[in-house]
Design a protein around this ligand. Structure first.
Ligand code: IMP
Length: 407
């Protein structure tokens, strides 16, 4: 049996999509277990850029089956748009290739409305994620099975009464979507998605029994986990390795627990960021790394690597491997700083590393990387007690060094 899980080790946007794309070449199944269309996984193939929000990145591999697990929250209309975009790019999307868990919750227009009205303090993506998870916890949510079986109407009516009243009373918001319009749209989406909405557990269990390669694709990052992250500046789901088991309902002993981390740190939205560079260097990182949100287009906050935060992320998830991304972005930055400790006043203590300046995409092996670059990578490996699996040296599918066989 071979089960690998890919998790963002920072605050999201680590480049998980590309790592999953590399790994999914030999995967029979690619499975998402949490989050929703707040995620934005960017993959560049043959110069063409794909941004996937909900559909697992394995959809870009023709032989791969993709599962959206029960821990996800699904905006059915945004999902249909994503499906249509893939089809128009020549990608086959069919019920055989995409399984949507019937117990996954539905993000409705009321959730998006409330998120837009209340999300500014946290800096949410405005995709209705928090309100959808809140309704799930309150046990008043709409599930994908409701769309398939046309049982959503009374629940959507209750959402209108609750969220509509809140929007009007607290925010003086008058433009509350009408329940009939919302239901028309949800019914239409339900019809179009009907054959895709299933119980995916038997498929997952049978893949495990067969020993098939299954890749579990995390969304966001460990530091955004609702329980373990920088609360309240977090998303509303469990983004860690542990979240996969609860999100799918199938216990899985992951052999490879792969942490994806950027060679530096970024964060989008509000909340603590000890190594943030609110200066020229941060701006250069943002421009060179094209650090703008794949979902919202917001500029990402940029800073140096933060070892104390990463050490904690590694302890919590028992990561065995590292996929390091965007190493090329650091080229030309002169001396590189890494926070390796925390001072008494809470500010980061830095260790300086020699910079490197070269076109890293030309390096076909680890040994061909500049010596200073190798030192940086080995330091990260040693500090985090995990092995480098992939080093991404550029945006393209092929700009990646495989340090060992991916499966
Ligand atoms: P929400 O998930 O939209 O509720 O947003 C909560 C926090 O998580 C905000 O700071 C968002 O910017 C952040 N967030 C959510 N999804 C992602 C992601 O895919 N990448 C990076 N940050 C994210």
């Amino acid at each position: 049996m071979s089960a690998s899980i890919v998790i963002g080790a920072q605050w999201g946007d680590e480049g998980k999509g590309k790592v999953v794309d590399v790994l999914s070449e030999k995967a029979e199944l690619v499975v998402r277990f949490g989050g929703g269309a707040n995620a934005g996984h960017t993959i560049v193939i043959g110069g063409k850029k794909f941004v996937l929000h909900l559909i697992p990145s394995g959809i870009l591999q023709s032989a791969c089956i993709n599962v959206l697990g029960g821990g996800c929250v699904v905006d059915a209309e945004s999902l249909l748009e994503e499906m249509a975009g893939l089809v128009s790019a020549g990608i086959r999307v069919s019920p055989e290739r995409l399984l949507l868990a019937e117990n996954a919750h539905v993000v409705t227009p009321y959730h998006r409305m409330i998120d837009k009205l209340t999300g500014a303090k946290i800096g949410t993506t405005g995709r209705g994620i928090g309100p959808a998870y809140a309704d799930k916890a309150l046990r008043v949510g709409v599930r994908l099975a409701d769309l398939r079986d046309d049982t959503a109407a009374p629940k959507v009516q209750a959402q209108l009464e609750h969220h509509g009243a809140l929007a009007k009373a607290l925010f003086g918001f008058e433009d509350v979507p009408k329940v009939d319009d919302v239901m028309d749209r949800l019914r239409d989406a339900g019809k179009r998605l009907r054959d895709y909405i299933v119980d995916p557990v038997p498929t997952l269990v049978s893949a495990q029994k067969r020993g098939a390669n299954v890749l579990y694709e995390g969304a966001q990052g460990v530091l955004l986990d609702v329980d373990q992250g920088t609360y309240p500046f977090v998303t509303s789901s469990n983004t860690t390795v542990a979240g996969a088991t609860s999100g799918l309902g199938v216990y899985t002993p992951f052999e490879r627990r792969i942490a994806v981390l950027k060679a530096y740190t970024t964060r989008v939205g509000n909340g603590p960021f000890p190594t943030e560079l609110d200066n020229d260097v941060g701006e250069r990182l943002r421009q060179k790394g094209q650090e703008f949100g794949a979902t919202t287009g917001r500029p990402r906050r940029c800073g140096w690597l933060d070892m104390p935060a990463l050490r904690r992320a590694f302890q919590m998830n028992a990561f065995t491997h590292i996929a390091l991304t965007k190493l090329d972005v650091l080229a030309g930055f002169g001396p590189i700083q890494v926070a390796t400790g925390t001072k008494e006043d809470g500010s980061p203590e830095y260790t300086e590393f020699e910079g490197f300046d070269a076109d890293l995409t030309k390096a076909q092996t680890f040994d061909a990387l500049p010596a200073a670059c190798q030192t940086y990578l080995r330091f990260i490996e040693t500090e985090l007690s995990a092995k480098l699996l992939i080093v991404s040296t550029g945006p393209g599918r092929d700009d990646a060094l495989a340090m060992e066989a991916p499966w």
